[in-house]
Write a protein that binds this ligand. Structure first.
Ligand code: ADP
Ligand code: ADP
Ligand code: ZN
Length: 217
């Protein structure tokens, strides 16, 4: 199964992709996590991406598409993948179609996680990320068991530079201008399912899981 989670920054894509990946025994591939890994390791790609990420802008499509192509060609994606944060522009959606065609695969569905803006700001401002494994937490809605330490790997939690209020505003604008058009795009192909993302984490997981099972029928 090849599944895309679409939604604004802070909607819960990362949180939910991890849960769906576990349920469906598929890898969770997050473009933002891949960029941050590269930034941490100071690779050429990381240095390039950093310029855009700190401003809340999108990394250029050609670079992003190439990175995802490499990732999808790895053997762990043989049975499918849960994609989080890609595609984010119409050009990326077209590039994604070509990647899949080249691999003789098809996209099963796009689950759109809808969350009102004021809730997004609450989620992003309290988000903390594990420095080691990138698991997201929330200081109020999903706190770690031990203050400032990851439950899974004991890595130290930090606040992403781009989760500060000025950059959040820029990211929400970028989302509206560049990513929202994907909703119509995937609707046209009959691939889009909207899921209410405003409830608590468990409720949203249940709704997404049900929607994902529905795609296989
Ligand atoms: P969010 O939590 O906002 O969904 P991500 O971790 O997915 O954030 O992305 C963080 C940043 O990484 C984005 O603001 C953007 O700069 C860059 N990025 C992630 N995915 C993409 C993509 N598909 N295309 C271009 N840039 C991306
Ligand atoms: P995205 O990947 O879409 O940017 P995340 O999964 O990182 O979103 O979630 C953003 C923040 O909101 C995180 O701090 C996360 O713990 C929290 N969060 C995710 N889902 C919910 C939810 N349903 N209710 C409350 N907080 C949530
Ligand atoms: Zn961790």
């Amino acid at each position: 199964m090849i599944l895309v989670l679409l939604g604004p920054p802070g909607a819960g894509k990362g949180t939910q992709a991890e849960r769906l990946a576990e349920e469906f025994k598929l890898p969770h591939v997050a473009s933002g996590d891949l960029f941050r890994e590269n930034m941490k390791n100071k690779t050429e790609l990381g240095l390039l991406a950093n310029r855009y990420i700190v401003e809340g802008e999108l990394v250029p499509d050609d670079v992003t598409i190439a990175m995802i192509r490499d990732r999808l060609e790895r053997p762990d994606c043989e049975n499918g993948v849960i994609l989080d944060g890609f595609p984010r522009t119409l050009a990326q959606a077209e590039g994604f179609k070509d990647i899949l065609a080249g691999m003789d695969r098809t996209l099963d569905g796009v689950l759109y996680i809808a969350v009102p803006d004021e809730e997004l700001v609450r989620r992003l401002s309290g988000r903390r990320i594990c420095r080691r494994c990138q698991t997201p937490y929330h200081i109020q809605f999903n706190p770690p068991q031990n203050h400032r330490v990851c439950d899974i790997c004991a890595g130290v939690l930090y606040q992403r530079e781009d989760d500060k209020p000025e950059t959040v505003r820029a990211r929400l604008n970028v989302y509206r201008q560049q990513t929202l058009p994907l909703i119509d795009f995937y609707c046209q192909y009959g691939l889009l399912t909207e899921v209410d993302g405003s409830g608590d984490i468990e409720t949203v997981t249940a709704a997404l899981s049900e929607a994902a099972h529905g795609l296989n029928k």
